[in-house]
Design a protein around this ligand. Sequence first.
Ligand code: BG6
Length: 515
Amino acid sequence: MTGNESGIPGKFLKPCDTPLERYKVEPFILVIFGGGGDLSRRKLLPTLFHLFREDELSAGFSVLGFGRRQMNDEQYRSMMKEAVREFGEEEFDEAQWNEFSKRVFFHSGHFEDDETYRGLQEKISAISIPTDGGKRNVIYYMSVPPHVTPVAVEKMNQHELCRGRYSTKVIIEKPFGFDLSSAKELNSILTDAFEESRIYRIDHYLGKETVQNIMFFRFSNAVFERLWNSKYIDHVQITVAEDIGIEERGAFYEQNGVVRDIVQNHVMQLMALVAMEPPIGFEADFIRDEKGKVFRALRPMDDEYIDRFTVRSQYGPGPVRGVDVPGYRAEKGVSPDSATPTFFAGKFYVANWRWAGVPFYVRTGKRLARHVTEICIQFKQPPLRLFGRTCDVLEPNILALTIQPDERISLRFGVKYPHVINRIYPAEMVFSYQNTFKTKSHPAYERLLIDCMKGDLTLFVRQDGVEAIWEALDPLLARWESMPPRDFPNYPSGSWGPVEADLLLQRDGRSWLTV
Ligand code: BG6
C-alpha cells in the first residue's frame, strides 16, 4: 500500500512486475452465435486478436461467427477488421491481423432452421483442428438475444452438436432468463444438452481484476475481516454508474431495463463478494456455494417494502460532460412513451448472522454524472467521544473499493489536525493498481475466455445462484410491471439520478459516498 495519493511506493513495497502466468491451451474452435453482433465487434474479436498477439491461443484455434446476416468468410473478416481497429486497445498490426484472420470464418443462417445446423456441423468439422488425442474441442458462445438462446440450444442438441461428436463447452451471456420461471426453463434446456460442468454462465464483472481482488483483499488480510460484520460496519454502498446511454441497443434494453441488465447480475455479484463467508477452499464450487448463500439470505421484498425502499427512473435529455444528449425515449429502437427504467436505487438486507441489520444500498443507472463502479463500506463510530466538543462530529472510517475507471482501494481515517485545539482531520490511505503493478490488468473478457479454455469455472455463475437472485428480484419486477410509472423521464442526463435516490439514504441519516 502506498502512503499517499501520489502513489510513491511506501517503505516496504516496491512496484511489482510479476510475469503473467501462461497456460497451455489445446486446439479449439470458438463458434459465436451472433457473430456479427455488438459484443463480437466490441469485445470478443478484439480480445481474441489480442490473445493471439500475446501468443496465448493454441496454434490450432479458429473462430467461426454464426449469424443471420448473409456474408462470406472474407466479408466477415473485413467487418471484424474494422471492429478490431476501432475497439482494440492496442495499435492495430496489419501483418498480425492477416495471420489471425486466416482462422476466422463465418456461417450464415437462421437460428430456427434445421438446414443451418447441418451446415454448421459440416463447417465445424472442416475448420476445427483435432487435438493430439483426436478430439475436437468446440466452445459455443451464445451472444444472441435471450429469447434466441433456448431455441438455438434445442436445435444444437437435436443435431448432436452438444455431446458425443465433439468435446464441447457453452458460454451463456446474461441475462440468464427473464425471471425465475424462464431462468429455470432455460436451465433445463441447457442441462439437457450439456453437463453442468460444461456450462459457463458469464458475468464479465467477475473477470475484472478489481472485482476478483475483493475476495483476495478480504481473505488474505487479517485486519479487515475481523471487522467485516454488523458489529463494526454501519452500512455498505454499491454504485455502478455509467455516463453512456443505451447506445445501439434500444430493442434489447426496452425488453430488459436496468434491473435485468445490471442489478440481477453485476450488482448482485458484487454484493455477494462483499457479503459472503470465507469459502472452505478456492475451488469453483466452494466459492459458488458461499455466494449462493448470500443470495438465498436476501430479505424478501413485499409491495410495501418495494414502494418505500426502491427507486426506479428513466433519463431525460441533459448535458453529459458538456455535450447535450437526448433522453431515453428519443433513443433509436425505444418507444416514445417507454416505461423502461434506466436507473435503480434500493436498500437490501442480507438476513444472516453476519449482516443482520446492515443495509446494502445499491444505485445504478445510465447517463449519470460519471462512469464509476465503487463499493463503499462505512464503519460504525467509536464507542466513546474522547476529544471534546470540537470533535463531536467524527467522520466515519470508510473503505472504498473502486473497481473502475480508477482501480484502487482507499481507507479514510481520522488523524489529529496540527493545531493547539483538538480537531480530527479525515486522512486517506490509498492503494492504486496502476502505481503498484507495472503489469496491466487483464481485460475481463480476456481472463474469462482463457478460464473457459482451461476449464476453470471459478469466475462463472452457477444456476442455483441465478435462481436465488431471480427469486429475490421477481417481486420487484412484478410490482413495477403492474404499476406503470407516471413520472418518466424523471432524471436529467448528466445528473446522479432522481432526488428519491438521495432521499432513500437521507431518511436513514446517510448519504451517497461516491460522488
Ligand atoms: C453490460 C450491460 O453487461 O455491462 C451494459 O449490458 C453495460 O448495459 C455494461 O453498459 C457495463 O460494463 P462495464 O464493464 O463497462 O462496466
